[in-house]
Design a protein around this ligand. Structure first.
Ligand SMILES: [Zn+2]
Length: 765
């Protein structure tokens, strides 16, 4: 078209075209709507092609595809800094890696040079929880602004900061949620729930994977962003309920996990408080600090063990991209503040009213820019603090042992490999002992694995291997317990059935270079292989529980063949001719029976098993099938067959009984099919969904009991006597079939290797 115009004008137009080829497109040009517009969302295909265009047209932005998401979508990271910094990125990376490991720095002169020359490295991650759509939309506007603006504040950021931006930590979920939302526009279920997990295996638990590293997205982020750069600051952008504060920033409330360096806590405190102050200065009301979120579990905070400050932000939600109206009396108290009342940590309550996706992205972008300004202005502080944290770790904390040893001669090699994979993936240096040795009066065979604790990421190893003593936090003395934000234990030696020994003396034996551990290779138990293997199915409700997803993950890792059954598949009946075992993971009986209400979701996803499904499952067992039910699903099964089994801890007041995610002792009867080959002294992951059984039914056999005395091994427990010695796993013969009932979770977030044998053994004809 341009070539056909008259030559003189053509030359001008070609020049314009050439210039515009260098112009970064705005999100409006790319998507046809402004970021944050009501009921408008860019999907992952649009967003990734936009980022490609920005990287092509801006010398400040580069894009790298780190790998693929679980379902094969590109998982990308943008690196954003000034053009001058981009030109010397390799050199700046070398500086960062030296500051990350004080052992590599020759002396004070070199240190001063590195502190002078280095840049603050910031990682921002968006919308790991895919229904919290604001973060991933906001990323497009933030990237555009950083790519194009010449404001002094932006220039200051670009000169002093290297920003690594992962614009979606969950591309599969982003695409599903956007597609689902668009299909629902104008219907009664507009902005309603997605009827499957928004991360294929883990759903909302995908941000509880930051030490087990089970999912592809976690592995890519840890190996190719975190470990590749060891950022000083990580900003993880989330959303919360609509009726709380407008946005949360740290400080976190107590407790902090005790191996986190205090200089991380203080860094988090100052940065979060700064962000809240910056928003207030802009007139953005309703920011809360020091509420709701604690800093105990490493499952959500990889950075805290890698010399990085983790800043969580949580912005009040809308209905995906559909605005909401919140009346003042809907504003609710949260932990540590009340959304309707002014307090020191929430000085300027938002008064209620209309709240939109644009409000969300405006707040989130303001937060991200405040964080980046702090990183730029305090560049030398961030670098020095980072270096000092690493130095203290290399010098070793007093409370840490000299070394941990994982003896080579252990029966559970699956657990050993899993523990070693976790440690090494977190950049913990693990060595092999070249010969047998003795230490602290214990003899260890050659080939034992040694983790010396004088190393930069020793705090991670300590947090993984030691026993947790969660503080007894109460609303008032003798009063109800204060709920932890997540769980209270992660002791890998218990969860994974591995011996690990803390040594007070240095290990006096030659050690190999640090080892690396490849991806899992699990061997399926013999009874699940070959032509005689049972035909297994797992029930997948449209209100899909995360534990069901985690179970599919373990089955897939083991390459166990199974079918997935939706409500309609079960209602159809005739199950006994197709399956030997059906697994019902932790899900409320009411949810299994009734599912979503009509109008909450499109008709094909509404309703649960219903009467036909319930009858079909009863018939399945009577005809010879086996149901394996876990935690809350036990109630559904006991009801199905009128079993005289109840939950001994149901309805106890929380000050009398409370175990919010802890590791208990378990005694297994190894003379049964389910206990065969298992350890007699094992563990149980016990949480608020778990049960301890009372049994008053001759058809029921007890296969395992919680430990007698005090059953707690790691975490927090009030009133352990209520579960001590109580039945934990039951089996009942019913008609020609049977049911196996787990009171605790045998597959806790893909980590409880110790109890996988019990789950696998339960999968029998
Ligand atoms: Zn979230």
């Amino acid at each position: 078209m341009i070539r056909r115009v008259v030559p003189a004008l053509g030359a001008v137009l070609l020049a314009v075209v050439a210039a515009s080829a260098q112009t970064v497109p705005t999100p409006l040009q790319a998507f046809g709507f402004d970021i944050g517009q009501d009921r408008k969302l860019a999907d992952w295909t649009q967003l990734t092609s936009y980022y490609e265009e920005v990287a092509e047209t801006s010398r400040r932005v580069r894009i790298d595809t780190l790998g693929e998401s679980t379902k094969g979508r590109p998982f990308v990271m943008l690196t954003i800094t000034s053009a001058a910094n981009q030109a010397r990125l390799a050199e700046l990376h070398d500086i960062q890696m030296k500051l990350a490991d004080p052992r590599k720095i020759s002396g004070d002169a070199e240190l001063q040079h590195l502190l002078d020359q280095g840049k603050t490295v910031v990682l921002i991650t968006h919308s790991i929880h895919a229904t919290e759509v604001g973060g991933a939309q906001m990323a497009a506007r933030l990237v555009w602004r950083l790519a194009t603006s010449d404001d002094p504040e932006i220039k200051e950021i670009l000169d002093n900061v290297i920003l690594l931006d992962i614009p979606s930590l969950n591309p599969d979920g982003l695409q599903w949620v956007v597609d689902w939302y668009k299909q629902g526009l104008g219907t009664p279920w507009e902005g309603g729930p997605l009827p499957w997990l928004y991360q294929f295996y883990t759903g909302h638990d995908n941000n509880r994977d930051w030490y087990a590293f089970t999912q592809d997205e976690t592995v890519l982020t840890v190996t190719k962003a975190q470990n590749a750069w060891h950022p000083q600051i990580v900003h993880d952008i989330h959303q919360m309920g609509a009726t709380q504060a407008r946005i949360f920033f740290p400080p976190y409330i107590d407790p902090w996990e005790p191996n986190v360096d205090p200089a991380i806590t203080t860094a988090v405190n100052q940065l979060g408080t700064w962000m809240a102050a910056d928003l207030e200065a802009e007139g953005k009301r309703g920011a809360v600090v020091a509420g709701v979120y604690d800093a105990f579990t490493p499952a959500r905070a990889y950075q805290h063990y890698h010399a990085g400050a983790r800043i969580l932000s949580e912005t009040a939600s809308v209905r995906i991209a559909t605005p909401v109206d919140i009346s003042p009396d809907q504003l609710r108290p949260g932990r540590g503040y009340d959304a309707s009342t002014s307090s020191w940590n929430f000085p300027d309550p938002w008064p209620g009213g209309h709240w939109t996706l644009k409000d969300i992205v405006d707040y989130q972008e303001a937060g991200a820019l405040a964080l980046l300004s702090n990183a730029a202005r305090n560049r030398r502080y961030w670098l020095k603090n980072f270096y000092e944290i690493g130095k203290r770790a290399v010098d070793k904390w007093d409370r840490w042992p000299e070394a941990w040893v994982i003896p080579a001669d252990q029966t559970n090699q699956t657990g050993v490999r899993y523990v070693l994979r976790i440690l090494t993936m977190a950049d913990v240096e693990v060595h092999k002992a070249e010969a047998a040795f003795s230490a602290d009066g214990i003899r260890f065979p050659a080939g034992s694995w040694v983790v010396p604790m004088h190393q930069p990421y020793a705090s991670f190893a300590q947090a993984m291997l030691e026993v947790q003593h969660y503080p007894d936090l109460r609303a008032y003395p003798g009063g109800p317990p204060l709920r932890p934000y997540d769980v209270t234990a992660q002791t890998l030696p218990y969860l994974m059935d591995v011996d690990a020994v803390a040594l007070d003396q240095p290990v006096g034996v030659a050690l190999s270079a640090p080892i690396s551990v490849p991806r899992f290779a699990f061997t399926l138990p013999a009874h699940l292989r070959g032509p005689d293997a049972p035909r297994v199915a797992i029930y997948k409700s449209w209100q899909e529980p995360m534990d069901e997803g985690w179970t599919r993950w373990v089955f897939d890792e083991y390459r166990l063949k199974y079918d997935t059954l939706h409500d309609a598949d079960i209602r159809r009946g005739g199950l006994a001719s197709r399956y030997d075992v059906i697994v019902l993971q932790n899900q409320r009986a009411q949810s299994i029976r009734n599912g979503f209400r009509a109008n909450q979701v499109p008709p094909r996803y509404a309703g649960g098993l219903g009467d036909h499904g319930v009858a079909a499952l009863r018939e399945f067992v009577q005809a010879g099938g086996r149901i394996v039910a876990v935690e809350q699903a036990v109630d559904f099964v006991t009801d199905l067959f009128g079993l005289q089994v109840s939950n001994a801890v149901d309805g106890l007041p929380s000050q009398d009984f409370y175990i919010p995610g802890s590791i208990l002792r378990l005694r297994v009867d190894t003379a049964t099919d389910v206990g065969e080959g298992a350890e007699a002294e094992s563990v149980a992951w016990f949480s608020g969904n778990s049960q301890a059984f009372n049994v008053n039914d001759d058809r029921v056999k007890v296969l395992a009991r919680y430990g007698s005395g005090d059953p707690l091994l790691s975490g927090w427990e009030l009133g352990g006597s209520h579960v001590a010695g109580q039945p934990a796993i039951l089996e009942a013969s019913l008609g020609r079939g049977s049911v196996v009932l787990f009171g605790f979770q045998p597959n806790y977030r893909g980590q409880s290797v110790a109890t996988w044998p019990l789950l696998f053994n339960a999968l029998r004809r």
